[in-house]
Ligand binder design. Structure first.
Ligand SMILES: Nc1ncnc2c1ncn2[C@@H]1O[C@H](COP(=O)(O)OP(=O)(O)OP(=O)(O)O)[C@@H](O)[C@H]1O
Ligand SMILES: [Mg+2]
Length: 556
């Protein structure tokens, strides 16, 4: 198998050699991935004439921020994708003649590509695309980036700009800055008063934290609720989706499907079509339509049952739970390696028996099982594929779910089991069960050699487990520090430090001070005479209000 793969790879490389000059930097890669998401969502949008006109009018006017509000799956991302597409066309028209003002368009679809939920990355990408900062003068920390963005967006001299950000409610809240620093001043990059030539089109689910923040901060805004999908568009969506597979519903079936209240939600409709498409018994399609649950989460629960039945039972459940507990999806090879431990695939006893192999505190490397076979994986993958996120080039091979609502359905079905002591009918997340999956991921990532993936996933899992011992061990490893130490990750490193290091450092700090019989300033002097990388760490320690000696101590 590997031989065939290597040979094919070599043959492709020979036929179409990589053009090194076209290699994109991380910002450009992200931009390209957002663009491909924007184009695909924009082109599949049907109907919605009225609200598109409203958004277009709003993005031309001096309304401040235009807030597009609607429940899960109602079509917010599709609308914002079209709005961004239209704005890009307008910008392209304005440019060649040199007449009319140049128009900057920035768009960002939170959750659509790996890393897009990180607010710091988003703001830095914004600063770069608006030409406010470049690689040389990009601020290191999130705070300064927010301040610069806020002043650029309120500055009357900034070039005319349209900013489209989808799913603001899905941005990480504690991914970069510590929760306490982020919470009171969320959306700091957004000034209360945008410059008249700057317009922001933002989408989110109603009554979510960013919606409340916008209200509390009294940011000048117009709220635009997304209405239910028109009947004509619903018909078109059904015909379009089923038509791609040479299938169609007769009039009676169509009416029956569209008479369900949930069919006004395009996500419900597309999932319902997918369920009908894969349903094998043609003569019973009408009955199948009648049994489709009339609610998004309820329909997704039915979908999960089907996935389980068709996709290999516990192998499918494990895949779903692992993806759900990962920080932002998993590579196929990672999933295969974890799923290969088939004897220990599922938690017994609701995950309470954590001592079992696979959920142990540290797994022995020698017991490493073989990866799951391609045949078994093919069945899981084929069944799950319609619900996997088509990540762009930057996230090549990365698997994650597509509608965010599927996450919610997975948590409800697999993690919400009733705990002892919780009353009948009440639902509480079974933390023990979640920890079982986190431990599985931790044990796997502890030993992976792919540094980039390790720094992304391992500390995240340790944080979820609250395993400070191993997190400290990780943070004191120079390979890991180097892996996290760059423009995009450095603030994440600092946030991990803030979480775990203080206490241990206090103790070590005292012993160091005694050893050298120095005071703080002399310690600082010692730090200053160190090698560049240790010095860099000291500077970072100062930034997070730790003693500069922290860097020295870590090194020691
Ligand atoms: N007007 C439309 N025409 C055709 N398909 C649509 C339309 N609106 C939404 N869809 C499809 O419905 C699904 C859900 O839409 P979308 O992702 O835009 O909703 P959303 O409100 O952003 O959902 P979420 O809350 O999950 O982010 C997608 O598959 C999308 O392609
Ligand atoms: Mg969306």
């Amino acid at each position: 198998m590997n031989l065939v793969f290597d040979f094919s790879k070599m043959a492709v490389a020979e036929q179409c050699p990589m053009d090194e000059s076209r290699r994109l930097d991380p910002y450009e890669q992200d931009k390209e991935a957002h663009e491909s998401f924007m184009k695909s969502r924009s082109s599949s949008l049907l109907g919605r004439k009225d609200i598109l006109e409203e958004i277009d009018r709003g993005s031309r006017g001096k309304c401040g921020a235009l807030i597009v509000l609607g429940g899960p799956g109602i079509g917010k991302s599709s609308l914002l994708a079209r709005a961004a597409d239209v704005a890009c066309l307008r910008a392209a028209k304005a440019m060649p003649s040199g007449q009319g003002p140049n128009l900057n368009v920035f768009y960002h679809f939170v959750g659509a590509i790996p890393g897009s939920t990180n607010p710091e990355k988003m703001i830095k990408r914004l600063l770069r695309e608006l030409n406010v900062c470049n690689d040389l003068n990009m601020p290191k920390d999130y705070e300064s980036a927010c301040q610069i963005a806020s002043s650029a967006l309120s500055n009357p001299n900034t070039r005319p700009t349209i900013i489209v950000i989808d799913a603001l409610d899905q941005l990480d809240e504690d991914g970069t800055a510590s929760a306490s620093r982020w919470l009171p001043s969320k959306l700091r990059w957004l000034p209360p008063q945008l410059a008249p030539q700057v317009c922001c089109v933002l989408s989110m689910i109603n009554e979510t934290p960013p919606h409340h923040t916008l209200r509390e901060r009294k940011i000048k805004r117009v709220e635009q609720p997304v209405p239910p999908l028109e009947m004509e568009s619903r018909r078109e969506i059904v015909s379009e989706i089923l038509g791609q597979f040479d299938k169609r519903l007769d009039e009676e079936q169509m009416v029956s499907l569209l008479s369900k209240e949930a069919s006004q939600n395009p996500l419900w409709l597309s999932i319902a079509c997918e369920e009908l498409r894969v349903y094998g018994v043609f003569s019973k399609v009408t009955d199948k339509i009648n049994t489709l649950a009339d609610g998004l989460l309820e329909l997704l629960a039915q979908v999960l049952e089907r996935l389980e039945a068709e996709g290999g039972g516990s192998l499918m459940v494990a895949t779903l739970c692992l993806l759900e507990c990962s920080s932002s999806g998993l590579l196929e090879a990672e999933l295969l390696a974890i799923l290969g431990d088939e004897d220990n695939l599922m938690p017994s006893d609701n995950g309470k028996n954590n001592k079992k192999k696979g959920a142990s505190k540290k797994r022995k490397k020698s017991n490493k099982p073989q990866p799951l076979t391609a045949v078994k994986w093919a069945r899981v993958y084929r069944t799950l594929q319609p619900f996997l996120q088509p990540f762009g080039e930057s996230g090549e091979g990365r698997l994650d779910f597509s509608p965010p609502s599927l996450s919610k359905a997975i948590r409800k079905k697999y993690f919400n089991t009733r705990l002892a002591g919780v009353g009948e009918g009440e639902e509480a997340m079974n933390e023990t069960l979640v920890r079982w999956w986190n431990t599985k991921l931790t044990d796997y990532f502890e030993n992976v050699s792919n540094l980039e993936r390790k720094v992304e996933e391992y500390p995240y899992q340790l944080r979820k487990l609250g395993d400070k011992e191993r997190l400290i061990e990780f943070l004191c490893d120079w390979d890991m520090i180097e892996g996290l130490y760059n423009e995009d990750y450095s603030s994440q490193l600092l946030s991990y430090w803030r979480r775990v290091i203080q206490k241990k450092i206090q103790i070590k700090f005292h012993s160091i001070v005694t050893k050298y019989r120095e005071d703080h300033s002399q310690c600082y002097y010692i730090a200053k005479t160190m090698l560049p990388r240790e010095w860099k760490m000291c500077i970072h320690c100062v930034q997070v209000s730790l003693s500069p000696m922290t860097g020295v101590i870590i090194y020691l």
